[in-house]
Design a protein around this ligand. Structure first.
Ligand code: DOR
Ligand code: ZN
Ligand code: ZN
Length: 415
């Protein structure tokens, strides 16, 4: 048994103690434990690893933008010990065969644990995929990939079929019929083409599915969040929608779907976040090449990278007293694990030994050149963050003294 000692996030607060780890699981949490090896972390903070329910690692098919090796390395350096990967890869994951092929491609190439989504498409065979996926993804608005399914009868059929499997359905909720396609020169034009009403309308249309296991991705608006919650849905929020509004810059680097909103909408979203009205973080890590992102705005693809930076930025906010560590752990670890039914996200006997250790003294500025995604840029350049100095995934020490030291032992959680 390995034992790590420090300030453990246990039962909702930080207490000095010891975590016992054996065969990839947490076997004990006590004031004092004696192991075959004891690692004393002093006053460093020991948190459950984060579970990112929304990444686009572009593998297979677009590995120039990212692949599972680079994406999972970035996740690890950001304290994320499990990622759920979206199906808009090439070919897209739409049936048992493309799912199995993707699993074969990725196997042995991840530093963190993972699960895959399958896309809901017309007439797809949900039953043949259900046991092997983290959940299903429905795109009600068009974006990267070609997986749009916004026709009311298709939406109805697919949600009903997928809900019967017991898996959660993550939805890109922008009603495509309300999206305009006028030429765009900047974020304001992009926002005009994709108004917040498109998000609101998409969620309103989901009222027949009240109480079903639906997750609204990348929520951008407090009213949308309230509506989704009133239907019993979980909600995800990204760092970019919390921290940026449409005035940030006119560069295509900030082009994303759903778009950055106006200042008022962003401020209300931030308040809803602070008031605990949103279920969880999801980075929506969506890397593209810097060349693509620096094209004229209209031709730049949508998507912002963020898997490596969202937890470290939030840790810095904890340090500054802007959010509590309880709120952070709930939104980054406990809630996503619970939503997708995996025994992670808590330091508790019987849970996977996924742990991230932070030294609260080690604030530093985010620098794109020090990050690990193939996207060689970050919209968070210069922001303060606290990166983990040790990360354990499934009992394996993958990162130590802030440096990668493990192997690609990440497991598919839905094999
Ligand atoms: O901006 C986005 N980029 N939004 C999405 O929904 C998809 C993502 C991507 O895959 O690039
Ligand atoms: Zn989306
Ligand atoms: Zn996405």
């Amino acid at each position: 048994m390995i034992v790590i000692e420090g300030r453990i996030f246990y039962n909702g607060s930080l207490t000095q103690g010891a975590v016992g780890i054996e065969d990839g699981k947490i076997t004990d949490v006590k004031k004092v434990l004696r192991g075959d090896r004891n690692i004393d972390l002093g006053d460093r903070i020991i948190l459950p690893g984060a579970v990112d329910p929304h990444v686009h690692f572009r593998d297979p098919g677009m590995t120039g933008k990212e692949d599972f090796v680079s994406g999972s390395t970035a996740a690890l350096y950001g304290g994320v010990t499990c990622v759920l990967d979206m199906p808009n890869t090439k070919p897209p994951v739409t049936d048992a065969r493309s799912l199995d092929d993707k699993k074969r491609t990725i196997k042995g190439r991840s530093f963190v644990d993972y699960g895959l989504f399958a896309a809901l498409t017309k007439g797809c065979d949900v039953l043949s995929m259900a046991a092997k996926v983290a959940g299903f993804k429905l795109f009600m608005g068009s974006t990267t990939g070609d997986l749009l399914m916004n026709d009311p009868s298709d939406v109805h059929w697919s949600i009903t079929a997928a809900a019967r499997t017991g898996k959660r359905i993550s939805i890109h909720a922008e009603d495509d019929s309300m999206i305009h396609r006028n030429e765009e020169k900047n974020n304001r034009d992009h926002l005009r083409n994709r108004p917040v009403s498109a998000e609101h309308n998409a969620i309103s249309r989901l009222s027949p599915y009240k109480g079903m296991k639906v997750n609204i991705c990348h929520i951008t608006d407090a009213h949308s969040a309230a509506l989704a919650s009133s239907f019993g849905f979980t909600t995800e929020v990204t760092a970019h929608h919390l921290l940026f509004d449409d005035s940030v810059s006119d560069s295509g680097e900030y082009k994303v779907n759903p778009p950055l909103r106006d200042r008022k909408t962003k401020d209300a979203l931030y308040k809803a976040f602070i008031d605990d009205k949103i279920t969880m973080f999801g980075s929506d890590h969506a890397p593209h090449t810097i060349d693509e992102k620096q094209r004229i705005y209209n031709d730049a693809p949508s998507g912002i990278p963020g898997v490596e930076t969202y937890v470290p930025m939030m840790m810095d906010m904890v340090k500054r007293g802007k959010i509590t560590v309880q709120h952070l752990v709930k939104m980054s670890s406990a809630a996503p694990s619970q939503a997708f039914g995996i025994k992670k996200g808590m330091i508790k006997k019987g849970y996977d030994a996924d742990i991230a250790v932070y030294d609260m003294r080690l604030s530093k500025r985010i620098r794109a050149r020090e990050l690990h995604s193939k996207a060689s840029y970050t919209p968070y350049e210069g922001r303060d963050a606290i990166f983990p100095d040790m990360v354990i995934v499934n009992g394996n020490i993958q990162l130590k003294d802030g440096e990668l030291c493990g192997d690609m032992t990440g497991r598919d959680m839905f094999e």
